[in-house]
Design a protein around this ligand. Sequence first.
Ligand SMILES: Nc1nc2c(ncn2[C@@H]2O[C@H](COP(=O)(O)OP(=O)(O)OP(=O)(O)O)[C@@H](O)[C@H]2O)c(=O)[nH]1
Ligand SMILES: [Mg+2]
Length: 265
Amino acid sequence: MSINWYPGHMAKTRNQHQSMLNKIDVILWMVDARAPFSTLDPTLQKSFNNKPFLVVINKKDLVKASYLDQVKLRLAELNIPSVIISAHKDKDIKALIKVAQSMQSSRRKIGGLRLSVLGIPNTGKSTLINKIAQKKTQPVANTPGVTKAVRWVETPEVSVLDTPGVLWPKIEDPLVGLKMAILGSIKDALIPHAQALDFLMERLMTHPESKLSSMYPDLSAPDILETIARDEGFKTEHHYDEMALTQSILKRYRAGAFGKVPLDD
Ligand SMILES: Nc1nc2c(ncn2[C@@H]2O[C@H](COP(=O)(O)OP(=O)(O)OP(=O)(O)O)[C@@H](O)[C@H]2O)c(=O)[nH]1
Ligand SMILES: [Mg+2]
């Protein structure tokens, strides 16, 4: 299954960002710590026109630090600089700003730092900006497509451009599409529920950080699904509502309820 969700505002955002490059010192390219490679839009880097950029691996609280250390090393091998943060943590934001400041060209150092935040939907771009601004200037929610338009948010030291989440025109790799669906970066109506559930269950049954087997000891994946469907009232006499069951399991996975299980290796 390849994902084709590329509404007009995504193309518009890419164009707007490119036309604003001369007002930006450093681009923060945001990815999800649970799938840092799959959520790294392969088409974005060439639109940066050699502007300094920093990959921001957000939601570090949802995976193990040792996993992210490996990710950072692998990105460094590709000449991609990165920082690991939780957008909810002041300390991480301060460290991120420091790194960005060190990347600012000396010509521009007279004015304040100007950043843009770009990435696929639901990676935490607006959350990061609210934290930098120390107030809730931007709407935030755990669904894709919350930010609808580009907008500068100003603080005394830093100006940050918030942008709507963008995907790329054709996501060829079906696994990349599935992982983004599981993370909540693709709108619900487009989620291939059966495939997403299969992939996630396989991951949760086999990953060493998964708590699923200890939550449901000695049960196979289909038996665990039956049990959850029954416990949560999705099961009628002969079948269960697979969509409701998938949504419930996705919601729990997204909240970290099954342990620190990343989707990318
Ligand atoms: N666990 C965890 N959740 C986070 C973190 N940062 C952001 N979130 C959550 O991720 C969800 C999406 O956050 P947003 O800031 O709306 O994401 P966005 O990238 O602006 O999304 P769009 O505007 O739709 O592109 C919200 O539920 C946030 O609370 C983090 O560091 N850890
Ligand atoms: Mg947003």
